[in-house]
Design a protein around this ligand. Structure first.
Ligand code: C2E
Ligand code: MG
Ligand code: MG
Length: 569
């Protein structure tokens, strides 16, 4: 290569390097430090972002822009890597001269001497503050509630996770709070006032606990507090009382004064007690901890709210069953989990089977056979009694048709809830199912409880319409509810079923009462059915006093349809 060519090649190389330097300065934040980390070069972008002048930076180490955000080990690891001659990459949060923070994506390249020892370091950085802020905002959104700015349920779960992962044994308490009747408050004051109240509740709760404890908004009007590192239950009692007290002080919004009360359920436990056995997932343990405090809260509500309670095993089992029951019953009709049994009713004078009472049964995979006393109130509460009651009506009529076809001539008595009577399609369903199965109305009896007297004005026209169909109406469990005799006289009732509790008292001290009911029924031209006859002497007494119909274990328990055929013969 000639001298001219060498010069040309060098010029070309220099030009190329200048171009790279130019491009680098345009695009990146560049700094060079010596072996010990003292700054020997910074480009304009470095100065611009850090808000320091070049003079201020030269000779300093990077401590000048340290935001004290990263743990010590972060930089120790960095120095170890570059000190050994390897390239380090990472994201660093820095502090600018004016106190603001910025994030840089950093690559540090060690420059090595002939002994392969770094003699200086070139760092190339890019500003990623925007992206980082967005990430932080998203993290905040994922872990904090936007209304109260309190941590949310996600945060709670993470917090409990780290608490349970601690090796040491530590007592802690989870308090589940729910504001009493918040829905009413929201409906009367409006949602924005409701929101303000929730914010204020959050503030007051924070003031009731230590800095290291956690308050989070679990959702709606529910808050969860975690107290850790506590000595004993007494300390938790103290906090719970403080909260009840603080929240009972008036709240002011738009010049209006509002009073709140709250129900708190508490789960007190120790971390070691909960350490994982076998393959139980930590998430499931956490779910159970929260659920138990929720159950205790539910218990407080049942007792009228405004108080706190610790969870006990008894309470927990009872309420878990209730929760399961309430959720399982939604699918029960679809899953064919209901079936009917029939309890024979006999004419007392000659003990002939004259009818059956239709009784609903529910068998669920998780819960087994659930007694009607437990599930009927749930069906009434969630309104499912209407479709389920209709199903009972249809099945009962079909069964009766089946018996009639086999020559079994008798009545069916079907229990009807007050909720069903309130549905204006009810009268038509009764009529239609009767027609479809070609059943004479005098073979159908509907059993209603005395609770109908509480809505007499609404119910009376329905009963009258049912009566025009020609069917029989009976008052079930007579004597246990609120029965006004004058009402009875005004309603188209055919039968009175004396409640089992009165039959139980026969030959003890209740004879005169049973006698009075039988006499009264006669005067009102009603037939009397005695329920729950278990003993012969009860039957004898009823016979002597001319009670017409009897039903009870003495004759037969409720049985499957095939069994009725056998009893009839
Ligand atoms: P209920 O209508 O008063 O039914 C009589 C209850 O007394 C039945 O309980 C029956 O098994 C029980 N029983 C009958 N004889 C005796 C006896 O000698 N001794 C004892 N210890 N018990 C006797 P069950 O089947 O558990 O039903 C409980 C209640 O559930 C019924 O009381 C009724 O109010 C309600 N129910 C049952 N099926 C239906 C239904 O299809 N619809 C509605 N709405 N309610 C229903
Ligand atoms: Mg009944
Ligand atoms: Mg009854």
């Amino acid at each position: 290569m000639g001298q001219l060519n060498v010069k040309q090649a060098l010029e070309n190389k220099e030009k190329q390097l200048k171009d790279i330097e130019f491009a680098l300065n345009e695009s990146s934040i560049v700094a060079i430090t010596d072996r010990r980390g003292r700054i020997t070069f910074v480009n304009d972008m470095f100065c611009k972002l850090s808000k320091y002048t070049r003079e201020e930076l030269m000779g300093q180490d990077h401590q000048i822009i340290n935001a004290n955000y990263h743990p010590k080990c972060f930089f120790q690891d960095m120095w170890k890597t570059i000190g050994n001659g390897r390239v380090w990459k990472g994201e660093i949060k820095n502090l600018a001269k004016d106190g603001t923070h910025y994030w840089v994506d950093t690559t540090i390249v060690p420059m090595l001497d002939e002994n392969k020892k770094p003699y200086q370091y070139v760092s190339i950085r890019h500003d990623i503050t925007k992206r980082k802020n967005m990430e932080e905002e998203m993290r905040h959104m994922a872990y904090y509630d936007s209304l109260t700015n309190l941590p949310n349920r996600n945060y709670l779960i993470t917090h409990l996770k780290s608490l349970l992962e601690k090796k040491s044994s530590e007592a802690f308490a989870v308090l589940f709070l729910d504001i009493d009747r918040f829905k009413t408050i929201n409906d009367t004051l409006g949602h924005s006032a409701g929101d303000l109240l929730l914010k204020e509740v959050g503030k007051r709760l924070k003031a009731c606990i230590r800095e290291s404890d956690l308050v989070c908004r679990h959702g709606g009007d529910e808050f969860v507090i975690v107290l850790d590192n506590i000595q004993d239950k007494e300390g938790v009692n103290l906090v719970a009382n403080r909260i009840i007290n603080e929240l009972s002080k008036p709240f002011y919004s738009n010049g209006e004064r509002t009073f709140l009360s709250t129900s708190i359920g508490i789960n007190f436990s120790t971390t070691t007690k909960l350490h994982r056995h076998g393959n139980v997932e930590i998430e499931d343990i956490i779910e159970e901890i929260i659920q138990k405090s929720d159950i205790a809260m539910y218990h407080v509500k049942e007792l009228g709210g405004n108080g706190f309670e610790f969870i006990t095993r008894d309470k927990s089992e009872k309420v878990v069953r209730q929760f399961t029951l309430e959720s399982q019953i939604h699918q029960a009709l679809e899953n064919n989990e209901f079936f009917l049994v029939y309890q024979p009713q006999f004419r007392i004078s000659d003990e002939k089977l004259v009818g059956v009472e239709v009784l609903l049964r529910w068998k669920n995979e998780k819960l087994g056979l659930v007694p009607p006393s437990e599930f009927i109130p749930v069906l009434e509460k969630n309104g499912l009694i209407v479709p389920v009651g209709n199903w009972v009506l249809t099945k009962a009529m079909e069964q009766l048709r089946n018996w009639l076809d086999q020559g079994l001539e008798m009545k069916v008595a079907i229990n009807i809830s007050l909720k069903q009577l309130g549905n204006n399609l009810f009268i038509n369903s009764v009529k239609d199912t009767m027609q479809q199965n070609n059943i004479k109305p005098e073979l159908v009896e509907l059993e209603l409880t005395e609770s109908l007297f509480s809505e007499i004005d609404k119910v009376k026209p329905v009963l009258e319409a049912l009566k025009t169909l020609g069917i029989n109406l009976a008052i079930d469990d007579f004597g246990t509810g609120y029965s006004s005799l004058s009402y009875l006289d005004n309603l188209p009732i055919d039968n009175l079923k004396i409640d089992k509790s009165f039959i139980d008292k026969i030959n003890i001290d209740g004879e005169s009462l049973v006698k009075t009911i039988i006499d009264m029924g006669k005067n009102l031209k009603m037939e009397i059915v005695a329920e729950g006859i278990e003993k012969e002497d009860q039957l004898l007494f009823l016979k002597e006093n001319n009670c017409q119909i009897g039903q009870g274990y003495f004759f037969s328990k409720p049985v499957q349809s095939e069994e009725i055929r056998r009893i009839y013969q």
